[in-house]
Write a protein that binds this ligand. Structure first.
Ligand code: GDP
Length: 610
């Protein structure tokens, strides 16, 4: 357990705020974490930083030491800061604890050289959804051309040392990022200019390489949380605890890694999650400087929030990452607590599509599952979900997803977010024809699914092409009757629409008598697949194979008769489903309806089904 900070200024009743780091890949999240962890703090002066399970703890004394140049260290009320160790991982940053976000505050990292990137926006949406406060670290300032680094310096002091050119480049880039945030509906400002914290989000320029701006970031995190979140940070007896991961550890069996957000846990406490059990051991890693025995942990009688802890107990293999752990107190009713524990799961279940048609979604934690469901529901995405699962994709999940093969084939798909697929599940999926898309970034899943659906549409369009009848009206050109029958060969003027090989042709004036299908088209003596309104072409019409059903120019139709594509209800449906396009002029469906209207009720009557 981290030694409690001895400063008299600290309030006994506040717990450490919990912070996570989010942002686009390669913006420097890991490096930033390493940097604030103090790999750049001199040897022997690690300043009480302790490695915990899934998190790093920074005691107030360490933060005070590192921010002294800012001369603002007078009042640190919180005992320290707990930073979640897995940066950028939605399944961690999106965890909840009893309804609210697990993290009290987040650092959203943006690369000053790149500005906002897709995952920045995805992180932003998660933060908005969770209503989580955040500070923007505008990282990699050292990459500005001609930057003069001053290691671990507050940003104000280092900016004073820069040339005019560097400053103007810095300002230009900051302004650009502020504009980009504005486009996302957010007001942001450099933190030292920000007069309306809370409404305007603060930007701290940083470098994870030189440590510049890190003092500012640490101080702002602590000051902002202790100023605005007193209630949330007030120590309570009620345990608030969230499962980060379920892990098998040699010698301990299945354990859970948790973040104890508030309250105290004791060895022997009866706990309720998806299971009811008792804590056998409360474990943390050995402090860094002690001899590290592989796999050995420090055992505790009790642990006070906020901390990252490993819990060993019976039956933990049934625990679910992302759910809350409840402790049964002496006056509590076990059944009530079991009910409360179930609610976490039910709130997610309620988001599933009621129609029963939709894809199957699988995620690593309840929090990430919820985030994914939320995303799939947004109007731009709009993918219905019929089933959900947590943890690795097993055969049973493939079985469940395969129900859609019959109902709506394209939904026989598993969107697997940040989870593994067992080889047996993969095999079964291949056998049944269930598709599995895997990604660890939400929007990549969407991209994959969308690409698949688009491909499917193209394929259907190709398949439908044979049956799709594009409407056209043809006028026979005089002196261009090359062959009267078997086959009919004529020169025609295309009055309306598109003429394509394969189009069935009828004569509306003569009770819609069918004369055959277009077998070929020639434009200027060259064979073509299609021709448009205004063109004059030669066509060959292949009729029926039987002599008596063959139609003939001069007997069944005459020069003055218009030749029209024979449109049926089915061909209209195919056009509708596959060829509908935005503009009316090009829309074959619209054209077909116009032509249908031209031939009024007659066509409707003859095709019977319209
Ligand atoms: P993550 O994907 O967000 O965790 O990014 P990393 O921490 O792995 O950093 C990505 C790359 O950017 C690495 O090569 C880092 O060394 C580099 N990097 C990170 N922060 C900075 C910075 O402040 N300045 C410079 N020059 N490079 C940085």
């Amino acid at each position: 357990v981290p030694k409690s900070d001895a400063s008299p200024k600290q309030s006994e009743d506040l717990r450490s705020p919990i912070c996570c780091i989010m942002g686009h890949v390669d913006t420097g999240k890991t490096k930033l974490l390493d940097c604030i962890r103090g790999t750049n703090v001199q040897e022997g002066e690690a300043g009480g930083i302790t490695q915990q399970i899934g998190a790093t703890y920074f005691p107030a004394a360490n933060i005070r030491e590192r921010t002294k140049e800012l001369k603002a260290d007078a009042t640190l009320k919180v005992p320290g800061l707990l930073v979640i160790d897995t940066p950028g991982h939605e399944s961690f940053t999106n965890l909840r604890s009893r309804g609210s976000g697990l993290c009290d505050i987040a650092i959203l990292v943006v690369d000053i050289m790149h500005g906002l990137e897709p995952q920045t926006i995805e992180s932003l949406n998660l933060l908005k959804m969770r209503k989580t406060e955040f500070i923007i670290a505008l990282n990699k300032v050292d990459r500005l051309y001609d930057w003069k680094a001053r290691r671990n310096s507050p940003i104000g002091m280092t900016l004073k040392k820069q040339t005019k050119d560097v400053l103007s480049e810095f300002n230009r880039r900051v302004t650009h990022v502020i504009t980009q945030f504005k486009e996302q509906g957010l007001n942001t400002e450099l933190y030292y200019k920000n007069k309306e914290m809370g409404e305007t989000f603060s930007i701290v320029p940083t470098s994870a390489v030189t440590g510049e701006g890190i003092p500012d970031l640490l101080l702002l995190l602590v000051q902002w949380t202790q100023k605005t979140m007193v209630e949330k940070l007030t120590f309570s007896d009620e345990v608030q605890c969230t499962v980060l991961e379920v892990k098998v550890i040699e010698g301990l069996g299945t354990t859970i890694d948790v973040v104890l957000v508030n309250g105290v846990l004791h060895e022997g406490d009866q706990i309720v999650g998806p299971i009811v059990t008792s804590i056998r051991a409360l474990l943390t890693p050995h402090p860094m400087k002690e001899i590290r025995v592989k796999g050995a942990y420090m055992q505790h009688k009790e642990i006070k929030a906020a901390q990252g802890i490993k819990i060993a107990a019976q039956g933990l293999e049934h625990a679910i990452a992302g759910t809350s752990i409840y402790v049964v107190g002496p006056d509590d009713d076990l059944e009530d607590i079991k009910e409360a524990a179930k609610e976490d799961m039910q709130s997610v279940m309620s988001r599933i599509d009621k129609s029963g048609e939709g894809v199957y979604v699988q995620a690593s934690t309840l929090g990430s599952l919820e985030a994914l469901l939320e995303f799939l529901k947004t109007p731009e995405v709009n993918i219905p979900v019929s089933g959900i699962g947590l943890g690795p994709v097993h055969k049973k999940d493939v079985m469940k997803a395969s129900v859609m093969l019959e109902k709506k084939n394209e939904y026989a798909t598993i969107l697997a977010f940040d989870v593994k697929v067992t080889p047996e599940a993969r095999e079964l999926a291949d056998e049944l024809g269930v598709r599995i898309f895997i990604a660890d970034i939400i929007y990549h899943l969407f991209d994959q699914f969308k690409a698949y659906i688009d491909g499917l549409k193209e394929e259907r369009k190709r398949e439908a092409a044979d049956e799709a009848v594009f409407p056209c009206v043809l006028k026979i050109l005089p002196n261009c009757i090359f062959n009267k029958k078997d086959p009919i060969v004529l020169g025609v003027d295309i009055l309306e629409g598109i003429l394509r090989v394969g189009t069935p042709i009828c004569i509306p004036q003569r009770e819609f008598i069918d004369i055959g299908r277009i077998a070929s088209i020639e434009n200027n003596h060259k064979p073509v697949d299609s021709a448009k309104k205004g063109q004059k072409v030669a066509i060959k019409i292949a009729g029926s194979n039987t002599e008596e059903q063959q139609k003939m120019y001069g007997r069944h139709f005459e020069l003055e008769d218009e030749l029209v594509s024979h449109i049926s209800r089915r061909s209209i449906d195919i056009l509708k489903a596959n060829y509908r396009v935005g503009s009316e002029a090009e829309d074959p469906l619209q054209n077909s309806l116009n032509i249908t209207t031209k031939w009024t009720g007659a066509l409707l009557l003859v095709s019977g089904k319209l």
